[in-house]
Unconditional design. Structure first.
Length: 275
């Protein structure tokens, strides 16, 4: 019997998830399907009834449903609650279990792109305190890495640091240059970098020579921050790998095979991003 999975969102045409999961289905010769389904917000409860009927093994959740589905899931992973978003659903025994794999995607991307990165990552500077920053903070806590959380709006960084707890020190973007000499890792989670926008006044020359800079923005792949870090001779990891690696746990849960993020998969998704 064909094992079925999905991604739900509204709209859904932009999602790269079908390309990723269909590539893996073909690679492993699995009798499975992965379909994008446009579910408007008012149709979500009916879709969850459909899920409990056993039609699907599970699927992904994207904008605008990542928060709404909390109330509809039968169980939610505690880390997804801390991150504040569910992006993966697994159906077991007529129950829908919600989790968040973005933090695993972030870690998988760094583990693959900069092996042993944690050895020199302490402390880290995380730029931005929006929705995506929450998954990054959970990921860095998972590896016991203390963080300076810098944001344009200081109050947002303060409330996020208090909400997540642990070794997270809030600050302003203007603190970057003072903190840089001791920082082993810089992570951009703001939308700066999208369409080629750049941080003003950052002196990457102040980062240690073994510093690592990563950006979760992946359009363009080489953001100005990454380009500047490369020019300074620092190690860099781009954001596309996070998108690819966050898909691994869902595929493994639905189809029973742990897939690999291969260069061929990356090339296929990269090609789909080209204008
Ligand atoms: P969000 O919740 O809207 O947060 C945006 C963040 O960017 C906030 O910290 C905001 O600061 C900051 N910001 C926006 N414009 C700024 C500016 N002009 N100057 C300084 N700071 C600015 O967005 P999000 O959901 O966290 O997503 C952020 C980015 O991550 C997006 O580009 C998204 O595509 C990317 N992303 C990538 C992946 C992946 O798999 N690679 C996954 C998730 C998200 P304030 O608090 O001051 O407004």
């Amino acid at each position: 019997m064909t094992i079925k999975a999905f991604v739900i969102g509204h709209p859904i045409n932009h999602s790269r998830s079908p390309l990723i999961h269909r590539t893996w289905l073909a690679e492993h010769g699995i009798d499975g399907s992965y379909e994008p389904i446009d579910v408007p917000p008012d149709a979500l409860p009916a879709f969850f009834d459909r899920l409990r009927s056993g039609e699907f093994a599970g699927g992904n959740v994207t904008i605008p449903h990542k928060q709404t589905v909390f109330a509809l899931c039968d169980e939610v992973d505690p880390l997804a609650r801390t991150i504040g978003a569910v992006n993966t659903l697994v159906v077991r025994d007529s129950k829908v279990l919600g989790s968040n794999t973005d933090y695993l995607g972030f870690l998988g991307n760094l583990d693959a792109g900069a092996p042993q990165w944690e050895r020199s990552a302490q402390p880290a500077i995380v730029l931005g305190a929006g929705g995506a920053a929450r998954a990054i903070l959970v990921a860095l806590q998972n590896r016991q890495i203390p963080v300076h959380l810098l944001n344009r709006t200081l109050a947002t960084a303060e409330s996020l640091a208090a909400d997540i707890g642990g070794a997270i020190t809030p600050g302003a973007l203007s603190d970057f240059n003072a903190l840089a000499p001791a920082a082993g890792l810089v992570v951009n989670t703001t939308s700066i970098g999208l369409h080629g926008t750049r941080f003003e006044g950052f002196d990457l020359g102040r980062l240690p020579d073994n510093g690592l800079v990563t950006d979760i923005v992946y359009a363009p792949l080489l953001t100005p921050l990454l380009a500047d870090a490369k020019a300074r001779g620092l190690r860099t990891v781009d954001g596309l790998g996070m998108l690819l690696h966050q898909a691994v746990p869902g595929f493994a849960a639905w189809f029973g095979v742990a897939p690999q993020v291969t260069p061929a998969l990356r090339r296929a998704v990269e090609a789909s991003l080209e204008p």
